[in-house]
Design a protein around this ligand. Structure first.
Ligand SMILES: [Zn+2]
Length: 369
């Protein structure tokens, strides 16, 4: 955006804020402030979008929308996805609160080793030189702990590529985001730990390939040897869109090779936040999760709001969710971790929606946690 245009939008918003929030009972001043803020929203200002969204959610502003909360959440979501950090924090807390209000209360906390929906103990011990991500579930000191460990092998086609340090740190931090305390299978606490190493060895790693011009050229030549039209079509789309994706072999399994193709919008790999969030999403694929978003190109129908109670708290649109496998900026939910547990215990990819050849819809969905 033109710097002058940007500046004028910022001025509109700042003036709007000052009039609206410091009106001291002056109704005209407040009205003028609101008009200016709405003007800034129209011009796609993230902060103004956040402020208006919050005012609607707080009941301080009424709208003619059929569902004012929906409109408000989409405004906050827009702000969050355009780099306004306060909106991101607010949106994540808002979704989590809604999730707990809708489904969390149904599950009293449970003690003891982790069990599945039928009450059967879950065992995970996936280790060895042919498992790119090792997964071990242990019950220790009264706690269920799932440890996921992997080695990252950064593979550079351009030896003089700049910003390697930013890229590597972003990928590491995005993957480490999966660590945390979760509640799965009906209120059972589970701690997820991630162990990362950077020692390259033959088999036991996740390859991270930055999608650079050199890589694109190389892949175009590989593409000439792909046999079927369908393979070609798919490869063309992935390469030409230069988007990030994870390659998990023909079919994801604990043993399948895992490669993350990492794109950078600017092509310079200098946007830490962008790469961190993309790496977080792609690592979800390495852990056996499918995509949650709707996509015509990939023949993904999407998941309509109201289909699964455990996703609804995170809904920010008809088929949009503030969740990592839908929008890479989104958080990781209890349900996502439940699906990771099932992926590694059943050795089967866990899908949110039907996908070609990949597998079946996860049994974690529709259970309300
Ligand atoms: Zn994806």
């Amino acid at each position: 955006m033109d710097e002058n245009v940007k500046e004028s939008i910022e001025m509109t918003r700042e003036l709007g804020k000052s009039c609206f929030f410091n009106s001291d009972g002056d109704e005209e001043k407040r009205k003028l402030g609101l008009e200016l803020l709405l003007e800034a929203v129209k011009k796609k200002d993230p902060e103004a979008s956040f402020l208006i969204g919050r005012l609607i959610l707080g009941g301080k502003l009424t709208t003619s929308d059929k569902d004012p909360a929906d409109r408000a959440v989409s405004l906050v979501c827009f702000a969050a996805n355009h780099g306004y950090m306060r909106a991101r924090t607010f949106l994540n807390l808002y979704c989590e609160a809604r999730y707990h209000a809708e489904v969390g209360k149904n599950f009293p906390p449970q003690e003891g080793p982790l069990t599945d929906f039928e009450g059967k103990p879950i065992k995970i011990d996936r280790r060895g030189v042919f498992t790119p991500v090792d997964a071990v579930l242990k019950y220790e000191n009264g706690k269920n702990v799932l440890t996921l460990s992997t080695t990252l092998d950064f593979c550079y086609l351009d030896s003089d590529m700049e910003n390697k340090e930013i890229l590597e740190q972003a990928v590491i931090d995005g993957i480490m985001d999966w660590e945390g305390e979760y509640e799965v299978f009906g209120g059972q606490k589970l701690t997820v730990r991630i162990l990362l190493s950077l020692d390259s060895n033959m088999f036991d790693h996740i390859t991270v390939l930055p999608v650079t011009e050199n890589l694109i050229d190389a892949m175009h030549s590989v593409n000439k040897v792909l046999v079927t039209e369908k393979q070609k079509e798919r490869a063309e789309i992935l390469i030409d869109k230069k988007r990030s994706f994870a390659f998990l072999g023909f079919k994801w399994s604990v043993n399948s090779r895992k490669t993350i193709f990492l794109k950078s919008k600017s092509g310079r790999f200098d946007d830490y936040d962008e790469m961190k969030h993309v790496a977080k999403h792609e690592f979800g694929h390495a852990l056996g999760l499918g995509d949650l978003y709707e996509s015509m190109v990939d023949s993904l129908p999407g998941v309509s709001r109201g289909t699964y109670a455990e996703l609804d708290g995170y809904a920010v649109g008809h088929k949009d969710y503030n969740l990592v496998m839908c929008d890479h900026n989104g958080p990781i939910s209890n349900n996502d971790i439940e699906m990771v547990v099932l992926a590694f215990s059943e050795n089967e990819m866990q899908l949110y929606q039907p996908e070609q050849v990949k597998g079946r819809i996860s049994t974690a969905l529709g259970k309300g946690n």
